[in-house]
Design a protein around this ligand. Structure first.
Ligand SMILES: [Zn+2]
Length: 179
């Protein structure tokens, strides 16, 4: 026979599991939208990275990488989405928003996320060579700064990675054809 405490523990564990499943569904729903943004970058020959910002269960801003197209180092998906979200909300603080991005943010974007005080970031694939949400450093979660984000990683990472891999494979093929 289970004791009362054991039963209670089991009940709480079950609730937590349910909550986790529900969260995962929400994460995947919005990551799917971030992937749609990444596809826009892919279609114009840019490294396919996409981002959406969600507030009150609604997408308020979208962005995708346009670095080559705009000839700007600032034209990352996250910066574009943050700019749009600030315009929409009329505030530089995005304190009740969640940012979804298909690839782990770089140092610039992670910095902007902290500056905008975004409380939660959901990441698709990690970027071992340049990522600043845990790979190289974790700018999103440094106790020395006045703001830390909750970070969720690996959401739909296969799909996020697949698009990147395909892009770089095609780029290599194009280069080989030119040479
Ligand atoms: Zn960036």
């Amino acid at each position: 026979m289970m004791s009362k405490e054991e039963r209670e523990e089991k009940r709480i564990a079950k609730l937590a599991e349910k909550e986790e499943k529900r969260n995962l569904k929400i994460y995947e729903k919005y990551m799917e939208q971030a992937l749609k943004e990444a596809k826009k970058a892919y279609d114009i020959n840019e490294v396919p990275i996409g981002c959406v910002i969600v507030q009150d269960d609604k997408i308020i801003a979208r962005g995708y990488n346009r670095r080559n197209t705009d000839k700007s180092v600032l034209a990352h998906a996250e910066i574009a989405a943050i700019s749009e979200a600030c315009k929409k909300t009329g505030d530089w603080r995005l304190e009740d928003c969640t940012l979804y991005v298909t690839l782990e943010p770089c140092q610039m974007c992670a910095g902007a996320i902290v500056q905008a005080r975004i409380p939660k970031v959901v990441v698709g694939a990690m970027n071992p060579k340049a990522g600043c949400a845990g790979s190289i450093i974790n700018i999103l979660n440094m106790q020395q700064f006045n703001h830390q984000c909750e970070v969720e990683t690996g959401i739909m990472k296969e799909k996020c990675t697949e698009m990147m891999t395909k892009f770089f494979e095609e780029l290599r093929e194009q280069k080989n054809q030119i040479m």
